[in-house]
Design a protein around this ligand. Structure first.
Ligand SMILES: O=C(COP(=O)(O)O)N(O)CCCCO
Ligand code: NA
Ligand SMILES: [Zn+2]
Length: 305
């Protein structure tokens, strides 16, 4: 069933587990996410970035909404990294049940103002809201935040931010970053900081940049003709620990991008004569399903629907 992000995340925070928020850009990715959630009896969040909306528009949103509505587990459709009040409202008009307004690159007061506007409008329409405080490293699709400017979230400031905005869930900067290159080896996750923020705030907390970038998938990408540098992601045990401190929503995009690409490359490399799209996209869907399953087990959301 199609529900709001809050309907999924408040129970997750209370139950000390986290729910995967997986980015989609087409039907097969959406099926891998929602069908796996049903098979594992797990709530799940399907999210679309502004780039995904540009790519698939209402057609793609409708595919998600239709599959989510018929699903036997709770599913929310979430706008990832909404960059403006207009973008958030447009997504709600498209049928999204959860929106992020990401004004984290603005000074505190402007972030509060922008977030407060979206919260007021979204709540009037029964839609829940995510905001971000602090800055991730890595590349936030439309923003490049290089290492030295990456600011981790200050716990006291987070309390003030939530009081001033009434936001439903808060993305915090704790050492993660977007993309396949999250740092050499095992990226530093500031568990003490998560614990502190989780003790001060009872609302669900969100971890962006949480793909694991599994070494096996990276190797299979190279073996099937792909090129990727010294890629590294977030360790499973770090996500499991963070879920215990209050992280309730965990964003994953890169792992699905890698899995879909590996699925496609491996088929085309092994079968040069193949040109049936179902034989190309089907294995990609299967490999993405395996990634979604693994993540749900790591986050503890299996059986929680
Ligand atoms: O936090 C994330 C996902 O992060 P990751 O790149 O670790 O999958 N997102 O918000 C997805 C969009 C960012 C570009 O990938
Ligand atoms: Na988001
Ligand atoms: Zn993100």
């Amino acid at each position: 069933m199609l529900v709001t992000g809050k309907d999924i995340l408040v129970p997750a925070r209370k139950g000390k587990y986290a729910v995967g928020a997986f980015n989609t850009n087409n039907m097969e990715i959406t099926q891998a996410i929602i069908h796996t959630a049903e098979r594992l009896r797990s709530p799940v969040i399907v999210q679309m970035s502004e780039g995904a909306i540009k790519y698939g528009g209402q057609d793609l949103a409708n595919i998600v909404i239709d599959i989510a509505t018929r699903a036997t587990v709770p599913v929310a459709l979430h706008l990832d990294h909404g960059s403006s009040y207009e973008s958030a409202l447009k997504a709600i008009k498209m049928g999204f049940t959860s929106v992020m307004i990401d004004a984290s690159h603005h000074p505190f007061d402007e972030n509060v103002h922008e977030t407060g506007r979206v919260v007021e409008a979204a709540h009037a329409m029964g839609i829940s809201v995510e905001a971000e405080l602090g800055r991730l490293g890595g590349i936030e699709e439309h923003i490049v935040v290089d290492e030295k400017d990456a600011f981790l979230t200050d716990p006291e400031e987070a309390v003030k931010f939530v009081e001033l905005t009434d936001v439903d869930y808060l993305a915090i900067a704790i050492g993660t970053s977007h993309g396949a290159y999250k740092g050499k080896g095992r990226p530093f996750i500031d568990q003490a900081r998560i614990k502190k923020i989780g003790e001060l705030l009872s609302i669900p907390l969100v971890a962006h940049g949480s793909s694991g970038v599994p070494a096996e998938i990276v190797q299979r990408l190279r073996d099937s003709g792909g090129e990727i540098g010294d890629a590294a992601g977030i360790a499973d045990e770090d996500l499991t620990e963070a879920a215990g401190y209050g992280i309730a929503k965990v964003n994953v995009d890169t792992d699905l991008r890698l899995a879909s690409t590996v699925g496609i490359r491996e088929v085309l490399k092994a079968n040069p004569k193949e040109f049936d799209p179902r034989k190309v996209f089907g294995p990609a869907r299967d490999l993405m399903s395996k990634i979604v399953e693994h993540k749900m087990k790591v986050l503890g959301s299996v059986g929680k629907a």
